[in-house]
Write a protein that binds this ligand. Sequence first.
Ligand SMILES: Cc1ncc(COP(=O)(O)O)c(C=O)c1O
Length: 403
Amino acid sequence: MTDTTIKQASFASSLLANRAAQLKAGAAPAAARDMIAFTYGLPAEESFPAKEIAEATAWVMQHQAASALQYNSPEPLSEFLIDYIRKEQGIELATQNLLVTAGSGQALSLVCRLLIDKGDYIVVEAPTFLGAVTTFRKAEAEIVEVPLDENGMDIDALDKTLTDLRTQGKSVKFIYTIPTFQNPTGVTMSLERRKHLLEVAERHQVLVLEDDAYHGLLFEGEVPPWLWTLDDKGIVLHCGTFSKTLAAGMRLGWLGGSADLVSRTAGLKDEGGTNPFAGYIAAKFAENGRLERHTNELSNLYRRKRDRMLSGLERYMPDGARWNIPHGGFFIWVELPEGLDTVKMLSKAVKSGVNYLPGTACFASGKGNNTLRLAFSFVKLDQIEQGMRILGEIIREEMESDA
Ligand SMILES: Cc1ncc(COP(=O)(O)O)c(C=O)c1O
């Protein structure tokens, strides 16, 4: 088909402003299969429970076809979530506290639609999830970064940032945080920091958007309760997803929060109830503890991949490189010696059959030239060692050529 002859000037300005609109949707998995792909936070394809999803689909079509195929909301999925959250987090929710969305990505954009006017401020962790920053930019928000360390967001720095912005008369709409197995660093926020964050947010009268995309993918130890669970002031909006634990292609996530905020957000959706077909199937799949069992199996697989990557890092990274040990999720964050440029290095790596995400993509301000994010989720277990060897060689070559 021929390309449109209508000039770009006809597009909405917000779309033009957004470089991501130029990316081809769906390109990532195909590109990732051709190399040792450490770039994308894609789930492991070998883990998809295709047979069980087929069985759940057959059951739903036999018993619930009229509801699942109708304009509808996926009520069984909301019921599953209410039950799951009661058992897991000990909080009692009503259906008005939850909204099923097309992945948590849709929840992020709906929250922007609810809260953001052009020029409003959002505070994010530095580094943070590229997709969220893209969504916030599409909403024409201004983004301010607060640093993060091995215990999560630096809450004293957050406090100071909020004070400074208020002094300048800026309107901060929310703080966006990924407190557990953060994307891109893998770091988990301590309980103490979580409580401190809530205290600071309440004092400054700013909402918190908690994104828990990697929920349940725990390799060892424990994870503190959600910010949403600790919140008794109704200031936390929480989003979760089935993308990492069931199937990203089902496009199912959710937004949780006070009935007031969630029902206002529901009113902003364009498509009515979200994916009732997929939602009914996911609820059937998940029943009787099956989602938790599947999530545990995934955690075992991802733990083995993480361990393989950590031993590759130990073995092949040059002196001066530093990385963290994530206790769950998909990512390891690597800092190379100052002066190295991971953006520049990427084309060399790709030519050698390995890719990764340059850290600059994870900073709203574009800094972090000497950093990179390695995803161990998608790559096959037996490719990790080779990938780390190639990467180590390229980094050493870069260091030598810089010397
Ligand atoms: C932190 C975080 N939030 C949200 C998402 C979006 O997930 P989805 O829209 O598939 O639910 C991702 C996906 O990579 C993520 O890493």
